[in-house]
Each structure stands twice: as structure tokens, then as C-alpha cells.
Design a protein around this ligand. Sequence first.
Ligand code: HAM
Length: 419
Amino acid sequence: MSTFSAPKGTYDLLPPDSAQFLAVREALSAPLQRAGYGYAETPGFEHTKLFSRGVGESTDIVSKEMYTLTTKGGTELALRPEGTASVLRAALEANLHRGGLPVKLWYSGSYYRYERPQAGRYRHFSQVGAEALGAEDPALDAELIILAHDAYRSLGLRNFRILLNSLGDKECRPVYRAALQDYLRRLDLDDETRRRIEINPLRVLDDKREGVQRQLADAPMMRDHLCEGCKAYHEQVRELLRDAEVAFEDDLRLVRGLDYYTRTTFEFVHDGLGSQSAVGGGGRYDGLSQMLGGPELPSVGWALGVDRTVLALRAEGIALDLPRTTEVYAVPLGDQARQVLFRAVTALRREGVAADFAYGGKGLKNAMKSANRSGARFAMVLGERDLAEGIIQVKNLESGEQLPVPLDRVVAEVRAKVG
Ligand code: HAM
């Protein structure tokens, strides 16, 4: 124990669980790398205004959940609560949009939200994300949904569903917004919700309270207000998903917690996670570039939660088949043996074999215990007598079989055994 513990709402990633976490991150990004997305990395903090303007002043993320700070020089910064605004900012700043469009980027990293911690909801969490900037094409929306679907499937996940909706565009959304406000103003709601009607009425549809939901039964729906352009676009996205055999559910009430969305919005939910069931989400954000002072750049993207994907695997009882971290474990008995064996371990590692060594002058019994604990398939044991005879004992830890191997051939032979 130390005097300190990890801050509330955070947790440490340590072996052996950390290996699963890394593998999940890798699996979520692999399909993107096969689909022309290039890696992007942006700072962990940005100017606070980027998020208040991009994600929206009225969202919970900006109004309640941002970690903000003022530097000694008086600059207002925020730890990034999400990746889209940052990645778009970076692409605009580097003029990537002046090249071929769409610009397709993927990213992976830590994000921070001052949320009420609970199972699956943390203040520090990890996402793998993808953004396709500068093209209005239903195939791009479909591509992203298919890639996320295939990523989850590649991990062996089965119990997830895709919820799909369209939030309209700058033509039809304002008309719908006004109709919804009209309806909501006539309901019996508390003061905070009344305020929300004026700033962000769509979010009221997302209110989980039963008393509110009951009153929303006859609320006007975006679908009935979509303009012809949005309707046709959405139908094409749905058609492409069906064609790719990606099952989805139309969720007319799906409203995401960020203000930048237009048209396609979607969420991946997992049925084994309780209330924090969204393992990923995203959508189109055709107006965000202009909100950030950039040119018109219709775009679409998603972010998948790595932490929640790990929980989803656990909920489905899936243990990923991970490569061994150690193939060979070296056990020296005596000082001279140490030097010889250490040399062999270094040579094996240089040949690409995962090898570890019994450090700290352990006795045979303890060292063999460490060898077994390491998960290695082979142990190389070198005692004084072996040394005098110019051999090393190579023991198969699974079968117990032990063979003497000449010292000068041990690296080649062990490498061949490991395969
Ligand atoms: P988001 O829905 O806020 O979207 O987050 C995406 C995913 O991150 C969620 O589905 C969830 O799995 C994970 N996540 C979010 N908050 C937490 C938390 N407190 N603890 C654990 N996991 C969490 C976005 O962030 C958008 N930037 C996605 C996007 C990209 N839209 C367009 N492009």
C-alpha cells in the first residue's frame, strides 16, 4: 500500500488485464487501417473554446463534465472530453482538406469527463475513434458502421445491437426543433427541463425518467419532419448496411449527447452492461468545420469505448487468445552460469524470441516457480556441472521433458523449438 490511491473514477491498467486491453485497442483499430484511415494523434488538452463551440455549450459534456484549467499565462485549457473536435481542428490547421477528400483519420487515446462514476463510467477512459472528413456520401457513413461492426465481431462479441437514426440537416432540423419545442412547452416538467427545452429540446427526448417519458408518447418525431434530401440519404445508408448484412434497429429517439450531429447518428449498445450500455457511437457532423471557423466540410465519424468493450467481452465470457509474453525462461545456478545464460537470453531476444531471466539470484525452486508463472513453454537451466560439460538443460514446461543442448547451439535450437 502507498499513501496514495488512484483518483476517484479512474483505475490502473496492470498485467495481466492490461494485455487484454491492448489487444482490444488493436482489434478496434485494425479494420480502419485496412480501409485507408491514417493515424492521427492530438494533444491531451486543447483550448476550452474548441469544445464549448464544437461539442456545444448546452451539452452535459461541456457544461458539467469538462476538466478545465487556467495556465500561469492565463490561457484557458481543457482536458479533451472527446476526440472529434480535436481531430478536425488538427486537420484544418494542417490544411489536410486541401488535398484529396475525404481525409480519413483514426486515433486512440485517453479522454476525460467529470462524470458520476459507476460501473462502465469513468472519469478517465479510452477510445478508438475514426473521422472521415469532407465528403457527403452515404457509403462513407455505411463504411464506418460496417467497420465498427466488423471490429466487434472480430473480438467474438455477439450481444450488441446497432441503433440508427437521422437527425436531419440545416433545412429540416430547425422546423422540427420548433415543432418539438411547441409540444414540450405544454408538458408538466421541472425548471431544469424547461430550460433545456429552450436550449437543446432534442435532449429532452433522451430523458430517462418515467414521468417524462410518459408525457413524450405523442411527441413529434424527427423522422416525420425529414426533408426529401435527408430521407433519401438515410434510406441509402440503410440499404448499404442491409447489403453488407449488418443488422440495425431504427431508433427514432436516438439523440446523442453532443450538439454537432446532423443526419446519420448511431450507437452500438451491448446488452450485458446494465445502464452504461453504449460501447460506441457516432454520426455525421456536416456543420462542425464551419463552427470551428473552417470551410464547409461534411464529415462523419465514430468513437468506440475501449473500457466498455473490455467489459462487454467479460460479460460474454470471452477471453482473447493472446500471444505469450514469455516463451523461454532462463534459470542460472551460480555466477558463471549467470553470465553465459544472460548472453543466451540477449541473443534469443535479438532473434525475436520472447525470453526472460531469473533475476535476483533465486535458488532453483524459486526460479522454476517464476518460470511457470511467466507462462513460458521452455526453461533453460544452467548449473555448474552443465557449464563444465558445455551444455544447457532445455526443459519443456508443458510435458516436463528435459534435453541437454550444446551451449553453442542453444540459441538456434530453442528458436526452432519455439517456432
Ligand atoms: P460518445 O458517445 O460521447 O461520442 O463516446 C463514445 C464512446 O466512448 C461511448 O459509446 C462509450 O463507449 C465511451 N465513453 C464515453 N464516456 C465514457 C466514460 N465516462 N467512461 C467510459 N467510457 C465512456 C464521442 O465521443 C464522439 N466524439 C464520437 C464521434 C466521433 N462522433 C463523430 N465522430
